[in-house]
Design a protein around this ligand. Structure first.
Ligand code: SF4
Length: 303
């Protein structure tokens, strides 16, 4: 309780807003002003009057907040909270890929560095990848980075032939076909919800392929009482809050992102006290990265 009070006081003093991704530990989700997916959170933060954004998530998310809110100070309470998938491609690698396909447009998943976004034409989230790809002319060649599994999902849904980068999320690929079969055998009435970052065999067994924000919306409308959840297990806290009457089973207890769990209450306090670690994006990169994000928002103003 003392820690929570201290955070509230520091938050007022610094005119700060606290954002927590759906995969954050439960106590951090509970104290946040906004919870959600990375882009939704950054858009909320940009709209708010706060002077400081405390991003409880991973590095690329704090960068996205900095891209959209250049006049605000963005803090990531644990500077080593990175995303292995985002780190699987850098700007130089993307430039080389573009040289091999000079006539292609680049769509990058929001789970990418600001420098990679700056080299991209369009950004997308797991909730709107299909719409972003569909919005591009049928004759357009498309490079999709960095997640091969989200890319495969978009290719199947749109019938387009995407040039994929072999990136992946180590947390989602830890979920196996056998995990789903076992969970289904134990809970035969449960609906299987899987994130598009999961591998193909897992997705084939799912009833619903949904982003984190779509999972939350889905269970709010669904009348089913049991769900098997194939994504990072932190989301189960948010799902239970939406549907206290329903049961949520993780596809596997292994689906935990160690980077998402690096943020603690103590680190939030230290960060607000010291105003470090700050996440900044050089202005030339920020402007080019923002162009890719803005194009996505223009295609889908309400998503
Ligand atoms: S869950 Fe996967 S994609 Fe998300 S931050 Fe962790 S490693 Fe990156």
């Amino acid at each position: 309780m003392q820690l929570l009070e201290k955070i509230q006081n520091l938050k007022k003093e610094r005119k700060a807003v606290i954002l927590a991704h759906n995969y954050q530990p439960a106590e951090i989700q509970d104290l946040a002003d906004f919870k959600g997916d990375s882009l939704g959170l950054s858009i909320e933060a940009a709209k708010s009057n706060a002077e400081v954004i405390v991003f409880c998530g991973v590095h690329f998310m704090a960068e996205t907040a900095a891209i959209l809110s250049p006049q605000k100070t963005v803090l990531l309470p644990e500077k080593h909270a990175g995303c292995p998938m985002a780190n699987m491609i850098n700007a130089e690698q993307l430039k080389m890929l573009k040289q091999h396909h000079p006539d292609a447009v680049v769509v990058c998943y929001v789970n990418s560095s600001a420098a990679v976004k700056a080299e991209s034409d369009y950004c997308c989230t797991s909730a709107n990848t299909v719409e972003v790809v569909n919005s591009l002319g049928k004759d357009k060649k498309i490079i999709f980075v960095p997640d091969q599994y989200l890319g495969q999902f978009a290719a199947q849904k749109t019938g387009r032939n995407l040039i994929l980068w072999p990136g992946y999320c180590p947390t989602h690929v830890t979920i196996t076909e056998d995990d789903i079969k076992k969970a289904k055998a134990e809970h035969p009435a449960a609906i299987v919800m899987a994130h598009p970052e999961c591998t193909e065999p897992v997705k084939k067994l799912a009833d619903q392929l949904l982003s984190t924000s779509q999972m939350i919306k889905f269970v709010t409308k669904s009348t089913a009482k049991e769900y098997i959840v194939a994504t990072e297990n932190g989301i189960i806290h948010s799902l239970k809050k939406q549907r206290p009457d329903a049961k949520f089973y993780p596809a596997t207890e292994r689906a935990l992102c160690p980077n998402m769990k690096k943020i603690t209450l103590d680190k939030i306090i230290t960060s607000l006290e010291t105003m470090e670690p700050k996440i900044t994006v050089p202005e030339d990169i920020r402007l080019r990265a923002k162009r890719a994000v803005d194009r996505m928002i223009e295609i889908l103003p309400s998503k």
